[in-house]
Design a protein around this ligand. Sequence first.
Ligand code: HOZ
Length: 438
Amino acid sequence: MEVAPSDVDLRNSRRFYERAQHSIPGGVNSPARAFDSVGGTPLFIEQAKGAYLEDADANEYLDYVGSWGPMIFGHAHPDVVEAVKDQAEASTSFGAPTEIEIDVADLVCDLVPSVEKVRMVNSGTEATMSAARLARGYTDRDKIIKFEGNYHGHGDFFLISAGSGAMTLGKPDSPGVTDGNAKDTLLAQYNDLDHVQRLVDANQGEVACIIVEPIAGNMGCIPPEPGFLEGLRKLCDAHDIVLVFDEVMTGFRVAPGGAQERFGVIPDLTCLGKIIGGGLPVGAYGGKEEIMDYVAPTGPVYQAGTLSGNPLAMRAGHAILSKIAAEKDRIYDQLENYAEALQEGTEHNLDALGVDYTTHQVGAMGSLFFTDTEVVDQDTAQTADTEAYAAYFHAMLEEGIYLPPSQFEAMFYGTCHGEEELETTLQTQRRALKRVHS
Ligand code: HOZ
């Protein structure tokens, strides 16, 4: 399964990558963006507009990464650009409250069903770490249940059987996580309610929270099976466990109110990131007022940050969330139609070549796994042929389509993906699959 070397000029990306090795570990500031599992040189990006990226060698690519989720309206959306420019003139940070923070909080509370109060932080990692601390403080219990292959950022107690870059690099359990931290993290199989029930039964009165990606996006995109989220809700209610949805990727993406709105299951706490900051570094955690009031300064659980609710980030997030609130009836139909057409066309291309596959699309995210096994959890995701994915990835890249550089990451689309992009993608895919599978 070989793809011939490309004649695409990547001289600057190669030069920068080599230069970066001297001052940045592995030459990248986050492992997920290195091309470790697909091979080759990570693209160094110069600029982007709408659905298109331009790299440091002036090559153009149709983008299906979208900065790993935030770009629901495409890159450099004029509303975001204007808001950020405007705020920069008025200073980039105060470390003091601003009105725009309330506007964003109000929008989040209006859009996300579970959120009565919300606290802004700077990343999804901070959101999940803070939510877990809050759940522990609120319940006065230590243990958490997480799912194998789910990724909740790089907090110590989440880096156990973790997805995303950790799974891609084959390092799901990170050195540096103490035994003390690891012993309080209980692992369950995704989509396996009986497994969760057994863990809860074996740890009666000790589990503070169950944290879950309501649609997994960090072992590729895997939807919850019917009844799975509902079952978690029931279990949490029966045992006074805090149910935490990590909607960093799914929030405002699979419905205006995220996966919880789409599936009608309301968690106690929700973690957000990505879209909420319009491409600037923002995370948030929110939920029931009674629980959120347990956070300082109202309550005893401490959590803070100089750049939390940063005005630049809030202005960008506000531009995106207010557009979502105003146009949600149109936006989500459009995203859904694109996703369905892409899935249908992809399946048609794969069937024509007799290639084994499983595809998943949920709202504006999806994955193509090179396996004929039904993909429902980490074990089944790992049946995918990662070499075939790497060859497909490069064949697409060489023709100008930028996919996630790992079988175990999801693709993201936005309203910037239209008829033309669909046509280009499917035609390119047909050629790429032929090259890879002939
Ligand atoms: N959390 C992102 C999607 N898996 C990856 C971002 C990163 O780790 O750089």
